[in-house]
Design a protein around this ligand. Structure first.
Ligand code: GLC
Ligand code: CA
Length: 623
């Protein structure tokens, strides 16, 4: 029998931000030399809904600090804290009025300093959410900018004069439709011009073309917080800073609307790589800060790669959304008219962004939840019975934990939190986007459209992931707050789905996540860094793939390269499915193949030839 020499990897390497170069031995890269963030597990905290420490119904930073041990215990290496900066909360803090102050209900700047220290003491890192495509209308920069046409900060935002039609009616500078079902321009009475906002009218876009404005962004947002010791940023809407400067109308793709989808006017614009490279060079790299950018409307891998190529020195990582957007009707018009899709489509999106880094110096990410999407177990799993809820949540965990790239978990995903009940009305949906899309459907007077929109919101709405975290099935408000008025209603199912109930129960979703994360780290060579090989691509029920990496093997005194393999076999359906030929795929004998982990209960070990029960997932390995 051959013997493995060391934990080694063949994944792509990164040298961004001053991290050590990956060293090569016999063509095999050493894990120890990879930057920490590649094998780290990131965990997104949505501050309003995580843990309320003072009974006002809002989660807060002291509440988060009080649960850091929970995160350590889960296997988290880095906390990503969604925006906590001062804000009128028109878009839950993605509308910042002061980058250097904390929204009082969340705490203080000192609380963030304490949080940073407390994370570091536990061996964890902390990243903040950087929202610098736009500010709030309440930000001092915008107040100045809108005060007069000759204010020095006038050009820090994007102002344009009106157009007029043949009847002399005032028209916006372009016909663009923004993200929250509204036009991208708002008229400002004081100076008689329009300002641009890709999101709500309360979120005016900053003008990255202006050098002083960019410098102020670097200084007042990034360096300010990096000087306080935070480890980096999740960077909001990162590919929208450079707009196409012609400000031309978009083609009319839906004549029913006064404004038209125009993402090509502001995504991946002419100066985007220059801006991001500069941001990295001037504000991130000097601190060795980690960065993960939100990248939307990408045509494909070749568009994504320039952002994450280590040599380009732009971003360490990005979120690419083709998989997570499945089921939506596109970002602009019918986003919430649900579009069913086949499993094979999901698989092909995943495979594309698993493999696109091979042979390059780029890196990828793994995620299936965040604060802008419905819960994964509702969207991709099965919540029709308690049994299927649990197994499918575990199988989704197995899927995520075995994919290549940096893994991002969203709060509550680890206990299989579910979407709000279907009988909750639109009043429980607090999000500006949900309200705008619903309001549009109401105003259309079209009953079918309204019903379809509500159906889509029930699956895809951003609100579901924002419900209070379910800590304890026996406590008031699931242990999230002692207040009688949590800012969002607590899920009715919290007595069934909560941390307390699952902790220590080996069959629970939570304990399964812990186990899956331990295995991911233990075998980071194959799970985090390994090559992804798609199998049975067209199967609409089974989801099967191979992860593999090269390992040096010592045989009869000589060293050669062998293959370490993990075969992931999952049943993404409610019907029993035939097993695949495990030994053939692993290319090994029965004595070498072993079941590393299964979602099935302990008494059913998942022998090699055994069929897969509904939503069962297993990983077989040759090591
Ligand atoms: C990002 C955020 C989202 C926010 C938007 C505008 O997409 O994730 O929550 O509404 O940017 O800042
Ligand atoms: Ca509070």
């Amino acid at each position: 029998m051959s013997q493995r020499i060391a934990d080694t990897v063949t994944g792509s390497s990164g040298t961004c931000n001053g991290y050590p170069h990956t060293t090569q031995q016999n063509g095999v890269r050493l894990i120890g030399k990879e930057p920490w963030w590649k094998s780290a597990v990131f965990y997104q905290v949505y501050p309003a809904s995580f843990k309320d420490s003072n009974g006002d119904g809002w989660g807060d930073i002291p509440g988060l600090i009080s649960e850091l041990d929970y995160l350590v215990n889960l296997g988290v290496d880095c906390v990503w804290l969604s925006p906590v900066f001062d804000s009128p909360q028109k878009d839950m803090g993605y509308d910042v009025s002061d980058y250097q102050a904390i929204y009082p209900p969340y705490g203080t700047v000192e609380d963030v300093e304490t949080l940073t220290r407390q994370c570091h003491e536990r061996g964890m890192k902390l990243i903040l959410d950087l929202v610098v495509n736009h500010t709030s209308v309440e930000h001092a920069w915008f107040k100045e900018s809108r005060s007069s046409k000759d204010n020095p900060k006038r050009d820090w935002y994007i102002w344009k004069p009106a157009r007029y039609d043949s009847q002399g009616q005032r028209l916006a500078p372009t016909n663009w439709r923004g993200y929250f079902a509204c036009p991208t321009w708002t008229w400002d009475e004081t100076t008689q011009e329009y300002y641009l906002h890709l999101y709500a009218s309360d979120q005016p876009d900053l003008n990255w073309e202006n050098d002083e404005c960019r410098e102020a962004i670097y200084q007042d947002t990034m360096r300010f917080w990096l000087d306080k010791g935070v480890d980096g940023f999740r960077i909001d809407t990162v590919n929208k800073y450079s707009k196409r400067t012609e400000y031309a109308d978009a083609p009319v793709t839906d004549p029913r609307w006064e404004s038209q989808p125009a993402p090509e006017m502001w995504c991946n614009g002419p100066r985007i790589h220059e801006f991001i490279h500069e941001m990295n060079r001037k504000a991130l790299a000097p601190y060795g800060a980690v960065s993960v950018g939100e990248l939307s409307n990408m045509a494909g891998p070749s568009d994504v790669l320039p952002y994450v190529s280590a040599a380009a020195q732009e971003l360490d990582m990005v979120f690419e959304f083709s998989m997570i957007r499945l089921g939506t009707g596109g970002g602009f018009g019918p986003k919430y008219i649900y579009q069913p899709y086949a499993l094979s489509r999901l698989k092909s999106h995943v495979a594309q962004f698993q493999t696109f880094i091979e042979g390059t110096d780029g890196w990828t990410t793994v995620f299936c939840e965040n604060h802008d999407n419905g819960r994964a177990v509702n969207r991709f799993g099965n919540v029709s019975t308690p049994e299927l809820w649990a197994t499918s949540a575990k199988t989704l965990a197995l899927w995520q934990a075995t994919l290549t790239g940096t893994l991002f978990l969203y709060q509550g995903q680890e206990i299989g939190m579910v979407n709000m009940p279907r009988d909750w009305g639109i009043d429980e949906y607090k999000d500006v986007e949900s309200q705008n899309f619903h309001g549009d459907a109401v105003r259309s007077g079209d009953k079918q459209r309204l019903a379809d929109t509500m159906h889509g919101l029930q699956i895809l709405g951003r609100d579901h992931a924002r419900l209070p975290f379910q800590w304890d099935g026996q406590a008031k408000n699931a242990g999230f707050t002692t207040s009688d008025h949590p800012w969002m209603r607590v899920h009715d199912e919290f007595p069934k789905i909560n941390v307390r109930k699952q902790s220590g129960d080996p069959e629970s979703v939570l304990e399964f996540w812990k186990k899956a994360l331990r295995l991911r780290k233990q075998h980071a060579d194959v799970f985090v860094f390994g090559a992804f090989r798609h199998l049975e691509e067209q199967d609409e029920k089974r989801y099967v793939y191979m992860k593999e990496c090269n390992v040096p093997v010592a045989e009869h005194g000589a060293t050669s390269t062998g293959k370490k393999r993990a075969l992931v076999v999952m049943n993404w359906s409610e019907q029993v499915q035939k097993q695949v030929d495990v030994l053939h795929l692993l290319d090994c004998g029965e004595e070498q193949a072993r079941l590393l982990v299964t979602t099935a209960a302990a008494e059913r070990p998942g022998r090699l030839g055994e069929d897969l029960q509904a939503w069962e997932g297993r990983v077989y390995v040759n090591f």
